[in-house]
Design a protein around this ligand. Structure first.
Ligand SMILES: NCC(=O)N[C@@H](Cc1c[nH]cn1)C(=O)O
Ligand code: ZN
Ligand code: ZN
Length: 493
């Protein structure tokens, strides 16, 4: 396919996408209306209904769809819940075409209007060019944008430039339960002919400039439990004569990070890979507006004042965040109680070459050391219920070249090459289990507010994102075929 005929083709595709904006937004409205919150047990049936909707949408594209049953899981309170099936879809089997597998999720984080939303979270609402609704950007919008792009080729009766595979799940926000096992089981079958894997479940670094993501941090999540006895106590009757668990816990949590953000656990930075000069140069190229980022974040000041320091601390160094305390009184009003058992929750973002088992040992030793100095008779228990390794891809891979070209075509500029400070365990799982190239190709902007109140995707990003995916299909097809023709010629010679 020549460059000029490709441009004419792209024009035809982009015109179709522009002309069908309302249909694509209607589909997103229908998906956002399903309260597919995978975190709250009583909404599990809605997640299952959402999976059926997504399966129907793929079937309407002409894809073969398998809903793989993952059985059930037990909650800490003993309740057993069905796991939503995972969709494995396939469309096209042309041996000349590369096979691109797209991963996305259609479950969402919890949301209530009372949390501070300006509109009902489950009614997609357009205000000033933004489409507000839970899941609009994380991750229903991007999943539909990919489907819209495939649909465009079908509607225009164009030859499909790639073979498509789909992995769509409904438990991502609750830890992708059962997915790793499924990938292992399907590695020699469903994934055997996959060439490339694309995930679109993160955001650009800026509000306006597109990005390509080649790495994400891992995460080690910890529970630290302190218990004095079996029942809560009256603080008037017992306060002043006992070692209070919550005071022990606050001292333990306070020992983790100093006020400059530096983690105080001995040895924690020892195996962090050194930052190379090449990497520093890469950072220089990134357009990063500190003030825009501060406004998106809603805080007065960051811990660091330069672009380089901020990016390094988001992507290249571990960070420790304290998430909450189970068992502590947190409701409005006064309750003069001494809680008997409290559980502090914190996590440490992981970067290459940290080792999860070493980190766990360092954390346990540190907390036990701090606790022993308090001479408290209380019981201390430290556990690491979840550990995810970091992910790093090769930006020289064909996938990145294709996506970069597609971004240039659609947005008229080169993308930022970025990492993501959050954790996308599925990227690492795909890479290590299937050994295929993995890329994260976001279409959402930095101010989309994933997991937050007033989550949105802009109409512009949703529609241009659809075009980006369509352009990417054409680019990866061309590059893949060129690569194979070259290696075929080299074999003959
Ligand atoms: N956008 C991805 C995301 O938000 N991932 C979660 C996953 C996670 C990590 N540790 C526990 N869950 C994140 O917090 O990074
Ligand atoms: Zn997501
Ligand atoms: Zn999410």
């Amino acid at each position: 396919m020549s460059r000029s005929s490709s441009s004419a083709l792209e024009m035809e595709i982009f015109q179709y996408i522009d002309a069908h904006q309302s249909d694509f937004i209607k589909d997103l409205k229908e998906w956002v209306a399903v309260e597919s919150d995978s975190v709250q047990p009583h909404l599990r049936k809605e997640v299952i209904r959402m999976m059926a909707l997504a399966a129907d949408r793929l079937a309407a594209l002409g894809a073969t769809v398998h809903l793989v049953n993952l059985g059930s899981h037990q909650l800490p309170d003993g309740q057993v819940l069905p796991l939503p099936s995972v969709i494995l879809g396939e469309l096209g089997k042309d041996p000349q075409n590369p096979t691109v597998c797209f991963y996305g999720h259609v479950d969402v984080q919890p949301a209530k209007k009372e949390d501070g939303w300006n509109s009902d979270p489950y009614t997609l609402t357009e205000i000033d060019g933004n489409l507000y609704g839970r899941g609009a950007t994380d991750n229903k919008g991007p999943v539909l944008a990919w489907i819209n792009a495939v649909e465009t080729f079908r509607a225009l009766k164009l030859a499909m430039p790639v073979n498509f595979k789909f992995v769509i799940e409904g438990m991502e926000e609750a830890g992708s339960l059962g997915l790793e096992k499924l990938l292992e089981e399907e590695n020699q079958s469903f994934f055997s002919d996959v060439d490339y894997i694309v995930i679109s479940d993160n955001l650009w670094l800026s509000n306006k400039k597109p990005a390509l993501t080649y790495g994400s941090r891992g995460n080690a999540c910890f529970f630290v439990e302190v218990e004095c006895g079996s029942k809560d106590l009256h603080s008037g009757t017992f306060g002043g004569i006992i070692h209070e668990p919550l005071l022990d816990l606050i001292a333990l949590l306070d020992s983790l990070v100093d006020s400059t953000g530096r983690i105080q656990i001995p040895g924690i930075y020892d195996s962090v890979a050194a930052v190379t000069e090449e990497e520093r140069k890469l950072y220089e190229l990134i357009e990063f507006d500190l003030e825009e980022h501060r406004i998106n974040c809603g805080v007065k000041k960051f811990l660091y004042s330069t672009k380089e320091e901020i990016l390094l601390h988001l992507w290249r160094y571990p960070s420790l965040s304290v998430h909450g305390i189970e068992g502590a009184f947190h409701e409005p009003g006064i309750k003069t109680v001494i809680p008997a058992k409290v559980i502090g929750k914190f996590s440490i973002r992981q970067v290459p070459h940290m080792d999860l088992s070493v980190v766990k040992k360092q954390v346990v030793e540190h907390l036990e050391g701090v606790f022993s100095k308090r001479n408290s008779p209380n019981k201390l228990k430290v556990s690491m219920p979840l550990g995810a390794k970091p992910w790093l891809a090769d930006v020289n891979d064909l996938l990145y070249k294709a996506a970069r070209r597609a971004i240039k075509t659609v947005f008229g500029e080169d993308p930022d090459f970025i990492r993501d400070g959050s954790t996308v365990p599925i990227a690492r799982m795909f890479q290590s289990i299937t050994q295929k190239s993995v890329m994260m190709l976001p279409i959402g902007a930095a101010d989309d507010g994933e997991h937050s109140q007033n989550e949105k995707i802009s109409r512009h990003n949703y529609i241009e994102g659809t075009k980006l995916f369509a352009a990417f299909f054409l680019e990866i097809s061309k590059l893949h075929q060129t690569l194979h023709e070259t290696s075929h010629r080299e074999t003959i010679n």
